[in-house]
Write a protein that binds this ligand. Sequence first.
Ligand code: ADP
Ligand code: ASP
Ligand code: MG
Length: 406
Amino acid sequence: MALIVQKYGGTSVGTIERIKNVAQRVKKDYEAGNQVVVVVSARSGVTNRLIEDAKTLHSNPDTREMDMLLAVGEQETIALLAIALHSIGVSAVSRTGAQAGIITDDVHTKARIMEISGGDIPQQLADGKVVIVAGFQGWNKKGQITTLGRGGSDLSAIALAAALNADLCQIYTDVDGVYTTDPRIVPEARKIEQISYEEMLELASLGSKVMQSRAVEFASKYGVVFEVRSSLNNNPGTIVKAEVPSMEDVLVRGVAADKSQVKVAVRNIPDQPGTAAKVFQALADANVNVDMIVQNAGRDGKANLTFTVPMDDAYTAEEAIKKKMAEASLPGVEVFTDRIAKVSVVGIGMRSHSGVASQLFTAFAQNGINIQLIATSEIKISVAIDMEKADQAVRVAHQTFNLEQA
Ligand code: ADP
Ligand code: ASP
Ligand code: MG
């Protein structure tokens, strides 16, 4: 008997038929003698629709009210799945994030998990019940509903697996596992058998939405080994776990694209110590994630700073910088934003091999893809490019490193 935490994403519970399918899968594992905790997402499209509704009413809706609204999506699914299980003779109960004891900080719409008590889940499991938990949501110490950022049900599942000391953690989705790149963009993409936390974290942070990056971060911190696999077949998926030496043999593990990024250019800032600190302090205080930072020496004692932020944070970022500059009595500073795509190649093999950057840049040049910004780490190279060229760039990168070949 094992304790299994399974997570089913939006498409996997998108229709009544799909919910029935999930119920059958859960029943099979339950009847094999396992204790099963199921984490579910909102049905596909529901969260987006709720966000759109809010945005038609207000351009920058209050984040506490957004959490109140968005948590509804997952709550619908837990009840439907519980009812579906009852109808096939499986004893099951649903729990909201708060009922599962998922306590977060106060940052509405991207709250971090502080602790998990598990509520009465162990007791329910001991009583022979399947427990269905609403993903993506928790509550803070003031008793307010919070959400964990887009794709946050992945995090709910990983965190519950850690808290309950589960034997298995399975992330069920609409693809067979983690691929060398998004199979919807490159049909030749290959399923990866196993991948290190570090690579998975980079891919997720750089736009591969198959896993939420915070979920991977959490798994790595607490050593939760998990499998990403399909809810529509029984094919083996991708195992995500700590690095083993053989993983270094692969130079580039995968290619990611992020099409929801904005390039922010801050011009005419005084070229003196402390100014960049002010800009980034303002962004940190506003909870904006910044990447790909470049500073150019300007003229006449002025400099320009350029960096990227998620599109959803563009407005917040611009306002935060303007406010900080006004407070610091730095007039004349200008902020420009521009949509871009970020395309990245990732692989721990890059640590011990050189030449990946030159190969990639040459391939982009040959295909007329202009590079606007570059950022590198030990295991990744990211470039900001024109939005329209994103898919082409992914294909070119995938081909350049022969990722379609085993
Ligand atoms: P869920 O609703 O199950 O959480 P998501 O839509 O969040 O599913 O994530 C699954 C999708 O991620 C796939 O349908 C695929 O298009 C996309 N994706 C992006 N990059 C990758 C990748 N490297 N491997 C697999 N899927 C990827
Ligand atoms: N429903 C949430 C979202 O769409 C959380 C999730 O699906 O994981 O982002
Ligand atoms: Mg997801």
